[in-house]
Write a protein of this length. Structure first.
Length: 269
């Protein structure tokens, strides 16, 4: 965090306020200004393309986490480069990052930290990033614990709860219960008690899509819907690749469809 305003106003407070009390007051005012500036910087639209290196490095690590990189996982990465409209230089960076991520000695922590910094406090940008990683996690069907552990590590870094991650999985047609207990720290989910997501042949459960239990009342349903649709609405995404905007539009449609199904079942407006 930059403390330039804190130091500057503390100095002026010291001079104009004739001593320590003036410096303290000036420092407090400056600290508030610095905090607001930091918050605005985190909430601003992320730099276009700033996610490419860490994202594709993480995709390579996810693909390799079960011991081998499959043709399906490589195909997903290549389609993603095309759908994102990467130019030649960006594509070269993406390929190099993917290849780096699939090396046995690769440490995912810097890549996840890079994505966390890129997303900042923009939860509406966190969900498209997770959606891209989920696509690789599910490339070969029901994912092994190694892939889910990396996915949950990313979700934790982006401040996305297990319940919200379960809702994203439900939109893909997978049912999953986050079991195993313990802290959601690094590598959580790969130990005993792990139950991999299973494809739901009857389609997404509308309650899972909204991240709620079937036992909740109508007011809770409406509250969950309003919260989700505000976070996933594509109009909030700003200048992001078209592929990520389309993912947000698809999620918004899933959320609306789930809400309409529940409304029809319960008979409320």
């Amino acid at each position: 965090m930059n403390f330039s305003w804190t130091l500057m106003l503390a100095f002026f407070g010291l001079i104009l306020g004739h001593g320590l009390p003036g410096a303290i007051v000036g420092g407090i005012v400056g600290f508030v200004i610095d905090s607001l500036r930091q918050s605005q910087r985190y909430r601003a639209t992320p730099e276009v393309g700033g996610f490419i290196g860490p994202l594709f490095a993480l995709l390579g690590a996810v693909a390799k986490s079960d011991g081998r990189v499959s043709e399906a996982e490589i195909a997903i990465a290549e389609r993603l480069m095309t759908r994102m409209g990467l130019d030649a230089e960006q594509r070269k960076q993406a390929v190099a990052s993917f290849n780096s991520g699939k090396q046995p000695e690769f440490d995912v922590t810097p890549a996840i930290e890079g994505l966390r910094r890129w997303v900042g406090l923009r939860r509406d940008h966190a969900f498209p990033v997770l959606d891209v990683v989920i696509e690789t996690v599910l490339a070969e069907g029901n994912p092994p614990p190694e892939k889910m552990a990396l996915l949950r590590q990313l979700a934790f870094a982006l401040r996305i709860s297990d319940m919200e991650l379960m809702a994203l999985m439900a939109m893909k047609g997978y049912a999953w219960n986050a079991t195993g207990g313990g802290s959601r720290g690094r590598g959580h989910g790969s130990g005993g008690g792990y139950v991999p997501p299973q494809r739901n042949t009857q389609g997404p459960d509308p309650y899972a899509v909204l991240g709620i239990q079937r036992s909740v009342d109508d007011r809770a349903v409406k509250r969950a819907y309003r919260k989700l649709i505000s976070e996933h609405h594509p109009d909030r995404l700003g200048d992001l690749p078209e592929d990520m905007r389309k993912r947000a539009e698809a999620r918004a449609s899933e959320i609306n469809a789930a809400y309409e199904r529940i409304k029809s079942e319960r008979g409320f407006k």
